[in-house]
Design a protein around this ligand. Sequence first.
Ligand SMILES: [Zn+2]
Length: 277
Amino acid sequence: MKGALRWLVLALAQWWAVAAAWADELPIFDTHVHYSYPAWREYPPTQVIELLRRNGVPRALVSSSPDDGTVMLYEQDPERVLPVLRPYHGQVSPGNWFDAAAVPGYLEGRLRRPIYHGIGEFHLYDPENADAEVVRRTIEMANRRGLFLHVHSDAEAVRRIFALAPKSRILWAHAGLSEPPAVIDEMLARYPNLSTEISIREQEIAPGGVLDPTWRALFLRYADRLMIGSDTYVNWRWRNYTSIMAFNRAWLKQLPEEVAAAIAHGNARRLFGRTSR
Ligand SMILES: [Zn+2]
């Protein structure tokens, strides 16, 4: 009996070690990276790529204000960096891009370089702006080229985009940021071309590091549609990049292994393979 018990303890210890190693090594496809102007000096491209590598991030969707930041990172590591084109540059910002007549021409021009996988992340703080002429043209442009849209908005703006162009592929930033899991569930059930990433919501998903049961149910139900993002929109997110990723791995570890792998990297690999070529 004693022998059997010792064996069981040893087997459990080994299992824990394997499980812990699995979580540490779990690659993460980061679907929400920005490398905007204020980061360039403090974090040169070589350093950012090294930070991604060290954190087990083999792929990242990157968009920046202005887009030159994305191009710099892409040129540093074209394998790891998947460019996404943002409309913001010069005076064009989250608060006015939908009204800026120059935006469609700007996007068309940049898209001539066939490196982009999507258009975004762009903001639609007021869902009514989803119907603006510039936004319509942006959506058409993406759909014509098979690019996805990375949209920071509430559920209503996403509904409007799908009403306008049902074949759009949308990556919903921050899972709607303030939309509750019930609304995220309803949206994913209704729109098969909608996927979403949970950046900025880590603490809400796992308060004190423990996966919340409502979120857990959502991850299990839509294991093929949810993804991880860091959202390095300001330098302190870069400064905390390692702890953000460690925190994400810690709650991912509380999900079944295949679900965690899908959310950490499998879904993004499947969904974002294409470029504007
Ligand atoms: Zn955002």
